[in-house]
Design a binder for this molecule. Sequence first.
Ligand SMILES: Nc1ncnc2c1ncn2[C@@H]1O[C@H](COP(=O)(O)OP(=O)(O)O)[C@@H](O)[C@H]1O
Ligand SMILES: [Mg+2]
Length: 245
Amino acid sequence: MAGAESVITFRETQMRFGRVRALEQFDLDVRRGEFVALVGPSGCGKSTVLRLASGLIDATGGTMDRATDNVGYVFQDATLMPWRTVRENVELLGELEGMDKAERKRKTDEVLSLVRLTEFEDHYPRTLSGGMKMRASLARSLLLDPELFLFDEPFGALDQISRARLNEELMALFGVKRFSSVFVTHSVDEATFLATRVFVMCARPGRIVEEFRVPFDYPRDPAIRYSTEFSKLAGAIAEALREAS
Ligand SMILES: Nc1ncnc2c1ncn2[C@@H]1O[C@H](COP(=O)(O)OP(=O)(O)O)[C@@H](O)[C@H]1O
Ligand SMILES: [Mg+2]
């Protein structure tokens, strides 16, 4: 991937909130089709990186350049509209973007099937499990085929089994769509399973202290999680995280 085009680039980026130095000398390149995971202690500025990436806030120093405006977001809180069915929630961004009705229907069918929610398209959010809500949230973001996905601990509230399942489904989606991603997580295992590269951040001020390249090809077999190579790499990342905390 060396030399491939970057979708998003941070250079010596600084973010201060009054006297709080949230980020300092933050450098990161995410190349097209790359799945980058960010891990770091609480408060080290991970969500701040995503807010900068989305353009929600502006850096107080350095630069952030993004090669696309087609950005999808998935947060831990799925924020589905309770009065809309799954299908209606998924269609929402298409409506807001003025996508025509036939196209909207076709895309909605496609993404509901990708996240395996076709059967539940007429259900209301309150009747869904946490994992299903998250899949609906993913489908909603997928509707506009984002080139860049920003994930802020999306599966953090799920039980272990649902989380592992969602990891596998996201992996499959990534295999099909090949969007670029910045995925924030507390779970080293999740980061190692999903990412092409894992970056470890330290706190106050937040910046990247270590980078790990994950050598496994996509699509990854869920069973790699039990391999020695995987355990070694995850162990090294966990150790770097411990030192950074
Ligand atoms: N709007 C804000 N105003 C003041 N301080 C903020 C604001 N947003 C974030 N911070 C501070 O910046 C630091 C990084 O926060 P955040 O990016 O949310 O960390 P993380 O997501 O890694 O837990 C924290 O010390 C936090 O309190
Ligand atoms: Mg956060």
